[in-house]
Design a protein around this ligand. Structure first.
Ligand code: HEC
Length: 191
């Protein structure tokens, strides 16, 4: 079996982290300027600027070498604010689980941990949706399922058809999958 290990933070994630360090440098830099103006000791804030600067260099070096390039798929501004029109009932969650097992588990794993049979052949690998789903707006999750994730194996389900020409995944079932993922991530249902 091919084994494939991947750096755990994406290039885009590291770039975001670097921005935090840069903001920190600005704050300590301002503090040093203020202390200097007051005639105080500027060594400590300047050391902080230096350490943060080194971390920025490391973050960018990792970002453009070992880190996988996973462009955050753009989501239209309004999609983010969509709320789930199907109610949070055991029936809907069960239906979501069924459809997820049928279409998604092959890559995402039956518990959405990113450990489906095909996952190990993909680059980037599917993330752990139990961690990722709570980090995004419901509307974003729905949008990615409908439209796929560019630059990854995640297909668009909007126009996917069964062999007989019927839609493989209706909008309604997509929202039920989202209910299932929410419940799974919140550990409200059997794993
Ligand atoms: C061929 C493999 C494959 C199949 C089938 C698949 N996915 Fe994905 N999916 C991926 C990969 C690869 C990614 C990109 C990495 C990531 O974001 O987890 C992804 C991303 C996602 C994301 C975005 C997660 C995030 O936070 O970035 C969601 C949500 C998702 N998939 C749900 C589903 C659902 C629901 C189905 C079934 C209807 C499905 N996927 C079917 C491979 C697949």
């Amino acid at each position: 079996m091919p084994t494939f290990t991947q750096f755990p933070i994406s290039r885009q994630g590291l770039q975001d982290i670097a921005l935090f360090f840069i903001a920190g440098m600005a704050i300590f830099g301002a503090l040093a300027a203020w202390r200097r103006y007051r005639g105080g000791d500027v060594r400590r804030p300047l050391i902080s600027v230096g350490v943060l600067g080194a971390l920025v260099v490391v973050a960018y070096a990792l970002a453009f070498t070992v880190a996988p390039n996973i462009p955050t798929p753009p989501v239209p501004f309004t999609a983010r604010f969509q709320s789930n029109p199907v109610s949070d009932t055991p029936e809907n969650i069960d239906r979501g689980r069924q459809v997820f097992q049928a279409h998604c588990a092959i890559c995402h794993g039956s518990r959405a941990l990113g450990d489906g049979a095909q996952a190990f052949l993909l680059n980037p690998r599917p993330f752990n949706l139990q961690l990722h789903v709570p980090q995004h707006a419901t509307g974003e999750i729905f949008y990615w399922i409908r439209n796929g994730v560019v630059g990854t194996a995640m297909p668009s389900w909007k126009d996917a058809k069964n062999a007989d020409g019927t839609p493989a995944l209706t909008e309604d079932d997509t929202w039920k999958i989202v209910r299932f993922l929410d419940a799974l991530a919140a550990k409200r249902i059997e794993q």
